[in-house]
Design a protein around this ligand. Sequence first.
Ligand code: ADP
Ligand code: ZN
Length: 705
Amino acid sequence: MAAGNEVYKALKDYFGFDSFRSHQEAIINSVLSGNDNLVIMPTGGGKSICYQLPAILLPGLTLVISPLIALMKDQVDGLHANGISAAFLNSTQSASEQDELFKKIRDKKIKLLYVAPESLGNIDPLLSMTELSLIAVDEAHCISSWGHDFRPSYTQLGYLKNRYPGTPVIGLTATADKATREDIVQQLNIPNAQRYISSFNRQNLSLEVRPANERFKQILTFIDDHPDECGIIYCLSRKSTENLAAKLNDAGLSAACYHAGLDPLQRAKVQDNFVNDKIKIICATIAFGMGIDKSNVRWVIHYNLPKNIESYYQEIGRAGRDGLPSDTLLFHSYGDVLQLRKFAENTGNSEVQLAKIDRVKQYTDALTCRRKILLGYFGEYMEENCGNCDICTNPPKFTDGTIIAQKALSCVARIAQKEPIGTIIDILRGSHNQAVMEGGYDNIKTYGVGKDISWSDWQHYLIELINIGYLEIAFHEKNHIKLTDRSNQVLFNGEKVALSLPQEKSKQSVPAKAAKSSVSKSGGLFEKLKALRLQISQEEDIPAYLVFSDATLREIEQVRPQTDEEFMQINGVGKRKLDAYGYAFIKEVISFQKEKKAGKPKKKDATYQKTFDLYKQGMTVEEIAKERQLNSTTIFSHLAKLYSDGKDVDLFRFVDKRDLDSVREARETLKEPDKLKPYYDHFNGSMDYWTIRLCLTLLETTATP
Ligand code: ADP
Ligand code: ZN
């Protein structure tokens, strides 16, 4: 087993990190001790290091089974960028390419080999000739038919343990549910596996839910708050991804759409451009994301309601893999709920699916910390509120809603519980639309009693009345709103009802944003570092985030390393990256520092100019000082500077010839003729500092022709 310091040395030398994230160290030690392991970590949790680091320290080859060819290439590129020898086997390689690869493996020149399960058969003879140190099964849930992403080709993987009983196996997945977990262990044939289950909390992701009113406008504002950052907008239909991308492009933003209906080449191109930061915004159906390892996705928006919490969590999980604050926003609409229910009803196991939609709805309607609800869904209990969701940062305020509830319930009773939510609002607000007039609802007693409350506020109150059980939706009766057992308590027994006040969601902001904008406004070094990263990634033909993550660039921006030693201290800088990129990044930092120094007078130029403008208007020094809220000495120094810069300033307006002669004489005798104080002392304080300064300015400029 490797000593602890060997593990830490490899962590810094190869990956550039100083410390492990939760469970990583224990997992690595367990692998190195020869155990089988099952690792459950959320997306972005840092699973890869759990087998990549042991692979470096173990003597033989580490075989990595991975379902996605696209991902394999990025993983291998990433390993190369860190100076680790790795390769992947793929059906597109020619026979001679494969021969060459096999030779390298036999010569022990490769530490990690990535293969898809379908290709395992091809390398059987090779494996029996090499020393196999570790078998890693990535996306291990694909082996389980319980999971949401079953792949038949994975089922054969169980034979590996039989065939290489002495080689430790590590299965890794982000799928949390218990049935799948145990199934993985069974199927992989590793009953004694050590189980490592990480928290699913991704505290760097802010969580926000807003009603889907004027979504496009809200999205533009949101993107405005995230200038130049990469993000994904998930939509329900292909058509809406196309429309939205077009509208965003019209608004001058860099967006593209992605869905299963595009031809594969087009899709690959869109995905590539996004990964390489050439396209900033992707409007996609859920087809997008699997196999994208981009670490600097800064935000995710759900344009439509997701159909279950699992997919929602996986989709928002694509933001902020680098651990930096990232924002997520979910639009919820009642229409989406109805639509999703309709889809679900047409499928085989509609009951389960409908229940899952209900859980999503409970999440969007929540009045308590959203992260608690999410983690609770995955069986994790959180003690404290998270402080990084819209409910935590802007807790709902309650009001006595008894009269509101009475009006609504009475309206529902008077129309014989035969209308959906929209018509009820129209009746309460005294609308003259078709549904109201045809129903003759303008004659009932509650018609127009809720004029003083806006349409969307009524919607909020009615949905809350449904959520707390005073009303219900009859999904099978055209979504009519019905009274419940509890309704009578309000209508006849004077029960009090507390309702949360509707909030202007678009105006609130979660703290992650505030924290982030304070970092991003540090004057453009981050942008310069990003541009350099892009340039390098293009030269090397690898995704930008593989050069350095956003987190690493942020640290460079803050620390401003100017030597190799300082640069090596940055998280994410290992030996290979120091050698390969250190020089260019240090150079960029140094030139930025210089520019900043040189840039300072620029700001001053503006201040001199203002003084000059006022001077030209004929103002006295005192008047200028007053106008500019500066003191007179400062204004004199401005004028002196303007004069020596050749501006048309008549300094003789402020000094007379005798002062000038005295200063000239003194200059010949004083020991330190460049400083002002010796003159001041020489004249025993009888001449102001500013007069001395102006005289010196005059003498200097007249002396040098
Ligand atoms: P997963 O496969 O679990 O989705 P990755 O292995 O791709 O996650 O890791 C996600 C990100 O976290 C990567 O950018 C990786 O470099 C970074 N990371 C992993 N471990 C550490 C660590 N100990 N310190 C800092 N960053 C880490
Ligand atoms: Zn919270």
